[in-house]
Design a protein around this ligand. Structure first.
Ligand SMILES: NC(=O)c1ccc[n+]([C@@H]2O[C@H](COP(=O)([O-])OP(=O)(O)OC[C@H]3O[C@@H](n4cnc5c(N)ncnc54)[C@H](OP(=O)(O)O)[C@@H]3O)[C@@H](O)[C@H]2O)c1
Length: 216
């Protein structure tokens, strides 16, 4: 089959799971009895990696970036929890667009804007998720979007980048005494969720984590 340019795989699936449909992207396809169904496990992978370190319900979550990963995570967060959500992006109009899309689907007022709002929003923030590729290999030395002086020890900082494992923003978070979660955990848990969809079974978590670490 030839897939026309700018068409997504979603158009060729028999079904798409509800949250994946809202996100507008799938990363897992299961074919059963000749029927294909698409899922998105990125958002749930990120949520699980945070959840094992901090209770998410009723927390203030600040997302840096407004691309595909930010979209998947924000839809998944709002599908599961009542949270206060702030979306800040280098290009503020993209953050505003994501806010508009989310507010159409969830009864919530979202704060959106440029990265200059980090200072004021982080003061009472609980969870900071950096969904930008800043600091990713080979740009390890790029300045992080948030510095230790802006953070506080009650904050959980999650960077989606997993190469390097300890990115510049996570180093800053450590300096500030905040809890850190590496992007490796999201990678692990989105794989776990996909494995469960495909097999209906719990995967061997420790073996998967060891293997990912070895490969990285
Ligand atoms: N751990 C995992 O399992 C996992 C899964 C998925 C993705 N990721 C990682 O998540 C990151 C984002 O992926 P994505 O699919 O969301 O990408 P994307 O759709 O291209 O979005 C990238 C976002 O980052 C912003 N950005 C890019 N470079 C920046 C910079 N130098 N400074 C500040 N902001 C910058 C962009 O802002 P503008 O709108 O201004 O361009 C945009 O909002 C990638 O590093 C990817 O490897 C990790």
């Amino acid at each position: 089959m030839t897939i026309p340019h700018k068409t997504t795989i979603m158009n060729y699936l028999d079904q798409v799971e509800e949250t994946a449909n809202l996100i507008g992207a799938v990363n897992t396809v299961k074919i059963e009895k000749g029927q294909s169904k698409g899922y998105n496990t990125d958002g749930i992978g990120a949520v699980k990696s945070i959840q094992e370190n901090k209770n998410i319900s009723h927390k203030k979550v600040i997302i840096l970036g407004a691309g595909g990963a930010a979209k998947a995570i924000s839809y998944q967060l709002l599908a599961l929890y009542e949270v206060e959500l702030v979306i800040l992006n280098r290009t503020p109009s993209r953050a505003m667009q994501l806010k508009t899309d989310l507010e159409k689907n969830f009864k919530i007022d979202i704060t959106a804007g440029g990265l200059s709002l980090v200072d004021q929003e982080i003061k009472d923030g609980d969870i900071l998720i950096d969904t930008t590729p800043r600091g990713m290999h080979p740009h390890e030395n790029d300045k992080p979007l948030v510095r230790a002086e802006q953070m506080h020890p009650q904050l959980l900082v999650n960077d989606l980048v997993y190469n390097p494992l300890e990115t510049s923003i996570l180093k800053e978070a450590n300096k500030a005494g905040a809890t850190t979660v590496s992007g490796l955990k999201m990678l692990l848990y989105q794989g776990v969720e996909s494995f469960k969809i495909w097999t209906g079974e719990e995967p061997p978590l420790e073996i998967m984590e060891k293997t990912i670490k070895k490969l990285l």
